[in-house]
Every structure is written in C-alpha cells, then in structure tokens.
Design a binder for this molecule. Sequence first.
Ligand code: ZN
Length: 475
Amino acid sequence: MALPSKSKSLSDWYQAVVINAELADYAPVKGMMVIRPNGYALWEEIQATLNPFMRDAGVANAYFPLLIPKSFLDREAKHVAGFAPELAVVTIAGGEKLAEPLVVRPTSETIMYAMFAKWIESWRDLPLKLNQWNNVVRWEKRTYLFLRTTEFLWQEGHTAHETHDEALAEQKRALSMYLTLYREYLALAGIAGIKSKSETFAGATTTFTYELVMPDGKILQAATSHDLGQRFGEAFGIRFQTRDGNEGVPWQTSWGLSTRAIGALVLGHGDDRGLILPSRIAPCEVIVIPIFTNDDSRDSMILREALKLTRSFPARWNARLDDRREVSPGAKFYEWELKGVPLRIEYGARELAAAVVTMVRRDNQSKTQVAMSQLSEVMQATLENIQQELFLQSERLLASHTHEIATFKEFTEIMEGPRGFIRAFWCEEEACERAIKEATHATVRCLPFEALPESGKCVYCGTNARYRWYFGQSY
Ligand SMILES: [Zn+2]
C-alpha cells in the first residue's frame, strides 16, 4: 500500500508510516498506544545513548512506584494545579474503597522527594542524583501516536544539591545532554532556550527547553530540564545538616525526555517512501539483500557470500541479512526503505562475478558499485555522511521555517499560512501572551540562550521589550 504524500498531508503520512513501519499501534483504551518492536528498538537506542552520559555525570538509575498518595501532590500548590486536569486517580482497589485516593503518576517529583526526605540527612548525602526509565499517565482526549498519548514512556532525572549553583549546573548539564542526543544522534536541529513564566513546569523556578520545528510548521517540545529551587524541599520537609552545622534545604532539579523523541525523529526525517533513520540511532544500519537467480547452485553461492559479507561487518552496524526466498527483491527494497534502514547492500550474480557490491543510500537513493576490497571503509564513510546530511537538512528546515517579523499583522498571516517559528519582540507580560495565543493559537516557545538584550517594542501591545522570543503552534 502506497503511503500518503509527506508534503501534501504530514499527519496522514505520519500515521501511515508509524503503523506500516510497525513502530506502534492503537491500543483498546483510547489515548493509549502499543509500542511494537521496531519502535521499541528506537527507544532502546535512545536509552543506550543517554545512559552513559548520565552515568558519567554521577546519575544512578532507580525505580519508584506507579501509584502516589494524592496528598503528596497537594503539598506543592502550583504542582497540583499544573496537573489536576490530567490526573488518573485510583479510588477502589482490592474490592474496597481506598481511604486515600492514589494518583497514577503524571511525573514523580512528589513520591521521589518524599523518599529524599528520608534519605538525606547531611551535606555528605548530597548531591543525590537519580534517574528512572518509566511510564507516566496524563489523560489526553486525543491520540497522536508517540506525540500525544495518555500513557507514555520517558526518563525522569531528579537531583538534590547543597547549593543553588550546583543545581543550576545540573539543569544545564541535563539540557546539554539532550542537545547532544538530538543534534548528534537524532540529527534534529532546534532552538535551545528558557521558557516564559507561564510555560515553566508546574512548581519549577525556570525551565530550559529544546524546541523543534516540524515540516508542517508545528513546534515540538523535545526535552526539558527544570530548576526546582527549594520549593519541593520545603514542601516535602527535606532538610540536611550543612557543612557549618546549620540546617539547610537542598536545591533540586528534574529533567525528562519521552518517547515523543521518536515522533520527532519520524516527522523530522522520512520521505514518501517512509522512515529515514540517521545512522547513529538506527537499530539496524545495514540491510544485505541477496538477489537470487533461480539457479540453485549459483544461489547457494550467492547466499553463502552474502552471509559471509554480513558477518564481516562491524558489530555496531547491526547488519542483517534478508534471506527470505518467498519475498521478491523489489518487495524487500520497499519494506526496508519504509523502515528507514540507512544503507542497503545488494548482492547477486553480477556482484559475485565482479567482486563488488551494489550499495544504495536510503536518504538520497544514490546507487553505487563498491569494490569488495574497499567496502568497509566506503560504508563507514557513507554512514557518517548520511548522519551529517540529515542534520544539515534539518538545519535548513529550521532556517526556512523561522520568520523574523515586526508587526502583529505579519504574525497572524504566518500563523494562518506556513506557521513555523516566529521571532519577535515580546514584553514578557502574561496578559499579552494570552492575547497572542487566543488570536493565533501560538504560544511563547522560548528565549534562546544566546539572545542578547536589545531595545524594541512588543509585537502585540507595543510596550517596551528587551528580547526577541520564539513563538509557534505546538503539538
Ligand atoms: Zn506585549
């Protein structure tokens, strides 16, 4: 079945690719999804990328329970207000009405910090840096596989520090880890910056974010890291004896990245043939396809050589041999292109006779014959080149979808037309932010870290403004 055209209808294309490439499927409960092996393998690649960065930063993996006493959330007023409409609550269990309702975690700050209060006694117990790979539930009325689902997988890091400076350094480190994942592995260029007050995480002091523009001009929040200040410490009674013998409240951070990253990867690359996976994140980087001839003795030689070839490749490529007899080469090409494997090696009678292979790039479909003697060098260089080219394409998309504007009329026209990022002066008043959102459905996405103060007038209300912020319509 042919896919819908990506440029004509991104959302139809996206859903067809996710389903046909067997990344995920709709679950019986509305809003929930099943992550299939091809999708889960991408998640495992993301885990395998982030885990060493976390380990190097002294963050240890742990696991906390799914159910949280509702009173825990109530302890931090802003936090409970932030999540109230999205909560799933358990009131009956074991056939009895519970004395206290339990919340299915929308995030784990509250349950983790209740435990932190028990474990942290002195400055010697700090910093405490934990991460968990888990699921969370935030009730959603509509489903958009990977991008918006009621239950999703993520990692949430939570740290407690002696000083605010240390916490700020951790908040920064976590975001820079996400930038490395997105830029160097997922090959997705975006804007890193700080959130406006109203878009800051519930209960946090500041939120750092990485924002991506997708081909349809919508904006996807790719990962966030939060400075929680001392609010949760105070709410949960986390106290520690300081170096000078006084009592202190630790400074905390939290940070997270979800399976939404897979949605960004699919939307951000891909073409009318299906997925295009960057080499460094592809679970399988090379697919080897023997081209059979219907001559049994020759075919067994082709198969033997193709197998030898596949086994000779470096293990990190996870090369696979598709030796199915019942499927035609054309159908195999179609299938592996749909699934986004970066490199295809074709091996048949011609290749056998000439001591070459035919190599086809997924990203630009270019086809070359490579001498066996140079194969592994050429393939390595090509895989690296695919990685770089995809990032350059993503950078070009970001540039062409970012609009510098001066008037609110232009703002409205862009949001009714091509959308994308709008870069404009804003007064930083919440009332103004709300009015812009009502008029255009665009929200303040972030202030880039590298933004310099200027003197300008707010694009909406005309009062003095110091910075050009990024706006856009989010998923
Ligand atoms: Zn304004």
